[in-house]
Every structure is written in structure tokens, then in C-alpha cells.
Ligand binder design. Structure first.
Ligand code: PMP
Length: 354
């Protein structure tokens, strides 16, 4: 259509996982947490003073930033909140990269929103291939010519985690440029680099309420970093949307971070189910990558990735298949409740004729 800009006409948008309404599925395709949000978070929602919705949300998000800062052991000045970590990640591109600069560098197999953001903001990017076993040799990323580097840890869709002991020398080796760590799945790994943000002013750690905190539906994410990096994000946000996090969301997320005990319990359950599900998949002939996240990335010895995805869908189980180079034989399977995982295994047994 001629009324659209060149960008709107030519952009290749991100394809989010299906959220179907045609029937009820066992939904293991978008890495949501199978357990409900903390009772404190739900109470904050139900008790919210609805009359105050006539007012804009608190600009500074002070209470939310203080709650996050307390949970993370940092200062509120070093916390930035946005409408989902996708928005926080999006704002990183205009904040830290120039259109005519050396661009961003990240892995070939990683969160597929990164190249979309680059396209949208007109920022060049370099792709650094993962090793054969899908691990990431960080020295290759350090060798990349780029204005800044992005790493998802644990990575998506592989689930592979990089130990904190490897992250620190990587951040130190890149002192002259920004290093963005996307820790969306860190609750299931437990090796967050947030403490390093106090020592390295080039490090930004991005986190979300969607996975560990069971709040994907409310849309909130945050970044922790040096004041200089946070200010860059604030300047970009305030040039786009001054109120990305609504009042109810601020209250619910502040309540959620204050309930560490509840989330330690639900996270432990996901991690235990992850181990059980991985073993059961291996017994059915799958090769399963070692996962540090709330999902498994698995390839069957005899059946193709797309075939397994389609067969499961027919049987009412949704998983995520990426028709992309290197990973088309795999499916990404979210770890559900024990009952959901059993439903997946039983559908697979039917599909594989076992
Ligand atoms: N990073 C990674 C690696 C993800 O998989 C996701 C979820 N699709 C996000 C960030 C964004 O999550 P949200 O916007 O829900 O915070």
C-alpha cells in the first residue's frame, strides 16, 4: 500500500507463538509458567484502588523500582521498567546503537526478536554462529566487530546456560562497549549477572515478570545497569511513551517480587519436572539439549521436527517449531505441570506408535 512508509512495507516482523482459540490445547509452546502468580500478587490486583485509574501511572515507578531493587540487591536508580522485557530490549537498540555504527552482534541461534529490532531501528547486525553442540564460545563474540553485544542467558530456544564464571571475563573483555544479557529464563538457572552491574558500567541485565514470576499476561520487564545506561533507556522511553507500565501492573509486580518464598517453590517444581520430562523424552528416542530454562529443545532420532509438531497439534498438544536452518529438526517444549507433561508424553507415545 502506497500510504505506508518503506519501513512498514518491508519490515519482517517477529512471529510470536500461537495463542489459539479454536480448541483447548495443552499449551507448551510459549514458555509460560504453569503455576499461578503469587497469592500476594493476586491480592494486589484484587485490592487495587480502581478509582485511581482516572490518573496517569506514577511517572517514576518509584514503588516498583524500589521493590525490584530490594529483591535484586541494587539501588532503584539502577532499575528501568518497561512493558514486557521485549519493550526493554527494543529500547536498547536506539539507546545503545547507531544506524551508521558497527551494529549489534549476537548468536545465529538465539531469540529471534533481536534481528527484528535491528531491522525496525535500522541498525546493522552481525551473526556469530554457535558451536556444533549449540554452546556459545564467548571469545568469538568478543572478536566480532560491533558497537555492542547481546547474549540470551540461558539461551532461547536451546535452553543452554552460560555459567557466571564465564560471563564476568566476557563483560570485562568488552569494557569499551555495551554488553546486554537477556536473562528472561534466569530464574530456572540461578546464576544471574546482576551483581556484576555494580562493577561493570558497560553491563545491562534484562529480566522479565513473564516466566519466573508467572505474570506473562500483565506485561512487565526490567533492566538493571549503571546509571549511564539506565539514563539512555529513559531518554528513549520518554521520546516514545512516558507511561509504558500501568498502575495495576506496577502494584502487582511490586507485590510479586516481595514473595521470594512462593516463587522459590514454583521454580523448584518446574526444575524438577524439567529433569523428569527430559529423561522421559530420551526414553522415547529424543536427543534433548541440557536445559537451564523452563523448556526443553529436543530432536527425535527418526521423526522430523515439523512432523512431531503437527502430530502433537492434532492430538491437542502445542509445542513450538522453528522452520529455520540448524534447528528445524527440533521442537521447543515448555515444561508444564506434571499432568500437562504426562499428556505430552502420552500424545508422543501415540504419535510414535509406542
Ligand atoms: N527474551 C527471551 C529470550 C524470550 O524468550 C522472551 C519471551 N518470548 C522475552 C525476552 C520477552 O519476554 P516478555 O516480553 O514477556 O518479558
Amino acid at each position: 500500500m502506497d500510504l505506508l512508509s518503506r519501513r512498514a512495507r518491508t519490515i519482517a516482523p517477529y512471529t510470536a507463538g500461537e495463542q489459539p482459540s479454536d480448541r483447548r490445547y495443552v499449551k507448551l509452546n510459549t514458555n509460560e509458567n504453569p503455576y499461578p502468580p503469587s497469592p500476594r500478587a493476586m491480592a494486589a490486583y484484587l485490592d487495587y484502588d480502581l478509582d485511581s485509574l482516572k490518573l496517569y501511572p506514577p511517572l517514576e515507578m518509584r514503588a516498583l523500582r524500589e521493590a525490584i531493587a530490594a529483591a535484586e540487591g541494587v539501588s532503584p536508580e539502577n532499575v528501568f521498567c518497561g512493558n514486557g522485557s521485549d519493550e526493554v530490549l527494543a529500547l536498547c537498540f536506539p539507546a545503545f546503537f547507531d544506524e551508521d555504527g558497527a551494529g549489534a552482534a549476537f548468536a545465529d541461534v538465539t531469540y529471534s526478536f533481536y534481528p527484528v529490532f535491528c531491522g525496525f531501528f535500522g541498525i546493522p547486525h552481525t551473526v556469530v554462529p554457535l558451536e556444533e553442540d549449540f554452546t556459545q564460545d564467548l571469545s568469538k563474540l568478543t572478536a566480532a566487530k560491533a558497537q555492542g553485544l547481546l547474549v540470551a542467558n540461558p539461551n532461547a530456544p536451546t535452553g543452554i546456560g552460560i555459567p557466571l564464571a564465564q560471563i564476568e571475563p566476557f563483560v570485562a573483555a568488552n569494557a569499551g562497549r555495551v554488553v546486554i544479557l537477556d536473562e528472561a529464563y534466569m530464574p530456572f538457572f540461578g546464576q544471574s549477572a546482576v551483581p556484576l552491574t555494580k562493577m561493570y558500567e558497560n553491563l545491562l541485565v534484562v529480566k522479565t515478570f513473564s516466566k519466573g514470576y508467572s505474570l506473562a499476561g500483565i506485561r512487565c520487564g526490567y533492566a538493571v545497569g549503571s546509571r549511564g545506561l539506565i539514563e539512555g533507556l529513559e531518554r528513549c522511553r520518554d521520546s516514545f511513551n512516558s507511561y509504558p507500565v500501568d498502575r495495576v501492573c506496577q502494584a502487582v509486580c511490586a507485590a510479586a517480587v516481595s514473595d521470594a518464598a512462593y516463587y522459590a517453590e514454583t521454580t523448584a517444581r518446574v526444575v524438577a519436572e524439567r529433569a523428569r520430562l527430559a529423561r522421559a523424552l530420551e526414553e522415547l528416542g529424543f536427543a534433548v539439549l541440557p536445559s537451564c530454562a523452563n523448556f526443553l529443545f529436543a530432536r527425535h532420532a527418526e521423526r522430523g521436527g515439523k512432523e512431531i509438531y503437527a502430530g502433537l497439534r492434532e492430538r491437542g498438544v502445542l509445542v513450538r517449531h522453528f522452520d529455520k536452518p540448524r534447528i528445524s529438526a527440533y521442537n521447543r517444549i515448555t515444561v508444564g505441570t506434571a499432568a500437562e507433561n504426562d499428556a505430552l508424553l502420552s500424545a508422543l507415545r501415540g504419535l510414535l506408535g509406542r
